[in-house]
Design a protein around this ligand. Sequence first.
Ligand code: HAS
Length: 541
Amino acid sequence: NKLDSRLSMAHFYIAFTAIAIGGLFGLLQTLVRSEMITLPSSLNYYQILTAHGVLMAIVFTTFFIFGFLYASVVRTTGELSCGKRRAAWIGFWMMTVGMVLGVIIIMLGEATVLYTFYAPLEAHPLFYIALALIIVGTYFGSFAIIKQYNDWRKQHKGEKSPLIVFMAVATLVLWLIATIGVVATVVLQFIPWSIGWVDEINIALSRTLFWYFGHPLVYFWLLPAYMAWYVIVPKIIGGKIFSDSLARLAFLLFILFSIPVGFHHQLLEPGISHEWKFIQVVLTFAVIIPSLMTAFALFATFEMRGRSLGGKGLFGWVKKLPWKDVRFLAPFMGMAIFIPAGAGGIINASNQMNQVVHNTIWVTGHFHLTIGATVALTFFGISYWLIPHLKGRVLTKQLNGLAIYQSVLWVVGMLIMSGAMHFSGLLGNPRRTQVTTYFDHSVATSWGAYETAMAVGGSLLFISLILYLTLMINLSFFAPKGQEEFPIGEEADESIQPPAILENWKVWIGIAFALILFAYTIPIIDIIQNAPPGSKGFKFW
Ligand code: HAS
């Protein structure tokens, strides 16, 4: 349906604009940190860092994800009704106005608060209003998708829902529960504080509410990539989904365990007792399980397909996979990188080791491997077939070849940059710091070479990004007309019905809230009761 294609494409155009500007700011970061350039006096380091983080981690991801979710739902359950489409467009415009407003405020130097924006840093009230617009906009989009799923189930009683739609709904349920924290801190704390209605803000509370949202946020980015890994990649390689039930269970476990774990970002913060930190670290190790299940299922899918094509021996099947197809290669490289990236996450989550890496550039390395490589490469892989599919064009052999260059260049750039970040983080190189101010100090002598490596990696990434955007423009407007497939995989054994409990949302949402109340009620009461005199906030302008 043309109208639904237009809805998805509108989201992709904004996502591509965000990654273009955000990517340029990323390149500037690496060049400034390595002292290759100095910024003009009208721009400061923290300002472009904020713009880079907001545009890449919030705007690019959210718009791309909604574009992909709409397309997936429409592909498997049919076109959206007028009412749902209207809700989706209202959401789109609210998000777009929020994004433009937020970027203007950042560029005016009125919101140099980094993409995590918790207190004591304080921005102009319009920055928080912009964030609120983006979040409320996503609620309209979520409504359209969840309503579409409910209507489908009413019309198909007793049938299992399409796996990809189930996954889209699970992703949005996670998002809706997670955003309660950020809405609470923005509406109840930041807007009144920044307008001046109240003088002080409870810093620990603002950080706790932020991380209640901030950790599941990373799974809101990851789960759409998992949708592609579980449902789309098997079809691209000509194989089958290993297990529909396992995939559904993995998504449900993310709803349960991704939220009551925010304290693993606050292990070094005062004001939260170590018993509660310990409990949330244990829950963090529980949220690793669905990723391990995913790794198992993907290896099984790949091996089954490789062997069905005649691959022999322990690893002979690996050669049979379609390495020259970017729709497979790009997400596969993302999966491969997720193995060390996930291991890095496990290191971060381990209380003692977190003392070593916290607030060093190691953490920046970790999230460039997870969101910047694993998720981004999967999104690249998706866009190489989805954009031509929506625009009635085809990914020709030549474009596929260029897309492979682009993805490989991204991997090389990301490995150089993130590798240097990990190593120099272990030498104490701080993140989010205008590090050049330390360069005449002996502690910093070992960082210089790594900063240069980051600039080299960052430059390769920027070249790859330009190639990506050129390919996206080509696939949207100039590639030959035709029909590109929207690949949807089938389960290896279609006769197996997933247990009904897997689609009983009341049970899963109920358990999720029980876990959240258990992990957060007492610590939040403590934080409110024991709050030291609050902060007036730091403004940078
Ligand atoms: Fe993280 C900080 C812990 C996953 C993103 N993380 C961050 C920040 C971001 C982020 C943005 O515990 C910084 C926030 C800030 O600005 O302060 N993270 C974890 C853990 C996991 C994890 C335990 N993170 C992610 C994902 C992200 C992401 C995913 C984005 C998408 N993270 C932390 C902690 C911190 C943190 C602490 C705070 C640090 C601090 O002190 O500030 C786990 O979910 C990871 C589990 C993953 C695995 C890997 C499974 C592998 C798979 C691939 C299979 C491959 C195949 C291909 C089949 C166990 C599924 C085979 C190919 C071959 C070649 C063999």
